[in-house]
Write a protein that binds this ligand. Sequence first.
Ligand SMILES: [Fe+2]
Length: 198
Amino acid sequence: MAHQVQPLPFSKDLDGISKKTVEIHHDKLYAGYVAKRNEVEAAIVQADASKANQIYSAYRGLKEGETFAANGMILHEVHFSNLGGNGDPAGTKILDTITTTWGSWDAFVVALTATGMAARGWAILAYDPSDAKLHLYAADSQNQGGVWGCTPLLALDVYEHAYFIDVGSDRPTYIKNFLKNIDWQAVDKRYQAVAASS
Ligand SMILES: [Fe+2]
C-alpha cells in the first residue's frame, strides 16, 4: 500500500512558528516526501537492475532517492507530532531520563540547541537500544547521520524552510520557539513504548 500523508496532529496556532510556515512545511514539503517515496519505490520495481553501477547509474540514483525520501517522510512525521504542546516536560518519565543523562534540564536544552546549531538538517533526540540510552544526533541530510536501530523521539528540523519566513536566518530564536511548542507528553509516549520493548 502506498504511503499516506498523515494529517497535522495539532490544530492550534503555534507560538512563534506561523501558520504559513506550518502549512507550507506540512502540506507541500512533507507531502512531497510522501509522494516521492511512493514514486521512487514504484520506479525501483520497474528499473533495469542489470545496469546498476556505483559510479553512475539510474539504479544508483533511485537507491539514493529512496532513503532520502523515506527519511524525509519519517523525520517530518516525528517533527510535526512533537509540536502543539506547551513545552513543559513536567511529570514525564523522559524528563527523569533526560535529567540523569545530561545532568539537568538546562544542560539538555543547551545540548539540544547546540546540536541544532551544528546540524545542517536535523537535531534528533533518539533512543539507542545498543546502549539503552538517549542521544542527541545531528544529521546534515535526510539520509545521513542516522544511527541504525535508534528510534527518533524528538526531531528538530533546522532546514531554513522551517523558520526563514518567521525569523529570517535567526536559527537560535527558531530553536527557542520550537522548544516552547513541544508536546512532551507525545515525546514521552514514544519514549516509554520504545524503552519498554527494548
Ligand atoms: Fe522540513
